[in-house]
Design a binder for this molecule. Structure first.
Ligand SMILES: [Zn+2]
Length: 175
């Protein structure tokens, strides 16, 4: 139901928040489903480990990720006058279905993207490191071929951009 990172390590969504702070991952006809049985709310008929909390009691929304990350709270207010997007307050009537509005969901999506930004960026490093290793192997092979064809260490060093001595130290015992 949520957003998935390129490496599949993160799945995030905008989770409705219960009055006791629990976060929901899904909903049912009677309201939002929350894992855990406190006895304060009716259990779900299909899932005995879950309670159903009516939409009217949802106090807000926050980002949640499978990895355990949680975003800051977006508070639900029940009067239009109290709504203030920059203060993370969104208006929702009590009789409305309490999934985050598209505006709040987009904001939470952005927060989640910031959360996964380091791991997404590391994927670029991984790809570059892979290419770097492959290029190193190709360099070793072409140096060996050049040496076999009669090139000197000075020729090879010049081609690589290093000294004759460095080229010799790097590849002489690989011949
Ligand atoms: Zn995550």
């Amino acid at each position: 139901m949520g957003w998935i990172s390129t490496d599949n390590e993160h799945e995030g969504w905008a989770a409705p928040v219960a009055p006791d702070g629990r976060l929901s991952a899904s909903s049912t006809a009677g309201g939002m489903l929350f894992r855990g049985v406190t006895g304060h709310y009716p259990p779900d008929e299909m899932l005995p480990d879950y309670e159903v909390i009516p939409d009217s009691q949802i106090i807000g929304w926050r980002g949640q990720c499978e990895c355990g990350w949680q975003g800051e709270m977006w508070e639900r207010v029940t009067s239009r006058a109290a709504a203030n997007f920059s203060h993370r307050r969104d208006y929702f009537a009590l009789d409305e279905f309490a999934t985050a509005s598209s505006k709040v969901e987009d904001a939470i999506h952005d927060e989640w993207k910031t959360h996964i930004a380091p791991s997404e960026a590391v994927l670029g490093v991984e790809a570059a490191a892979r290419e770097y290793t492959q290029a190193g192997h190709r360099l070793d092979k072409t140096v060996a071929a050049a040496k076999a064809a009669g090139a000197s260490w000075a020729d090879i060093g010049r081609a690589v951009g290093i000294s004759r001595q460095s080229a010799h130290e790097r590849w002489a015992d690989k011949q």
